[in-house]
Design a protein around this ligand. Sequence first.
Ligand code: TXA
Ligand code: MG
Length: 332
Amino acid sequence: MKTLRLEITEEGISKAGEIIRKGGLVAFPTETVYGLGADALNADAVRAVYAAKGRPSDNPMIVHIAEVEDVYDLATEVNESTKKLMEAFWPGPVTFVLPKKSIVPDATTGGLGTVAVRLPASETARKVIAASERPIAAPSANISGKPSPTTAEDVLEDMDGRIDAVLMGEACGVGIESTVIDCTGETPVILRPGFVTAEMVSEILGKECAIDPHLLEKPSEILDPAEGSADADFKPKSPGMKYKHYSPEARVRIVEGDPAPYKKEAEEEGIRTAVLDYKGDTGEAARRFFADLRELDRQGIELILVCAIEEKGLGFSIMNRMLKSAGYDVIN
Ligand code: TXA
Ligand code: MG
């Protein structure tokens, strides 16, 4: 299949909307990472997304909407706390997991009784959703297991020839995926940490926001998405959290102290090594981490030493991505 390159013009966006409405696949920018979009209400289109990504079908998708009210077409119930959070953080990098209406196909939610909904801040993203006249199911636009793409070029690296079109938009400002919050109970629970932190959620609600305990432990087993069977012991509520993720070709290791001796040692063995040190700048780390992993692969680097970031606020979310990309290999 030939993958069209669409410009961010009225014409390009309207074409993207038309392709999605007809059941095709279009990658588009959001403020977090690029998404691979399909009509969320069309099970065949959604299955084509799983196929293009090589994604296990038990890993549900986030459904993207263009207006707050659209959430009521997809969810049976939105409680008062969740309404407050929507008011505070939408449009933005937050996804709410809610009880789903039957209109949402099982293919979209991996057979779960809930649906994950996000209203993105990116104006381009919202225009594409509006143009498609559909809610758009969009996982990150990478081959399953690889780092999420934050530029149109990174999308093409994985998806050229596998999808109908890519909107050639801007680089993503946030750079890590949205915070996923389970809002089906009284207390919201963070299932995937992101730019919006548990502290920020608590501040809005004036009460505690829980964190899925699976986020605080090293998984008993990290599944390869290409194999994708269920692990009996490790069952996070967000199925995506149990799979190998964000892995470049190079080996990634997290370093808690000075990386210089480890770099020297590896280079003495003839291993092409690079260090990623964001010097504790969490905004910069979030924005650049995935793009840097891909760039270092292009340079033929074999070992990437990543300086650890303090696991506080946004730092907790970034370390979640760093640890996964390293398969929890930490030198301390
Ligand atoms: O920032 C983002 O969220 C990006 C952009 C494109 O919006 N999308 C994204 O999608 O990261 P994806 O598919 O790569 O990650 C979706 C995550 C997975 O961990 C999945 O398991 C979880 O959300 N998820 C989706 N629906 C869920 C549900 N009903 N219950 C629990 N977790 C869910
Ligand atoms: Mg993803």
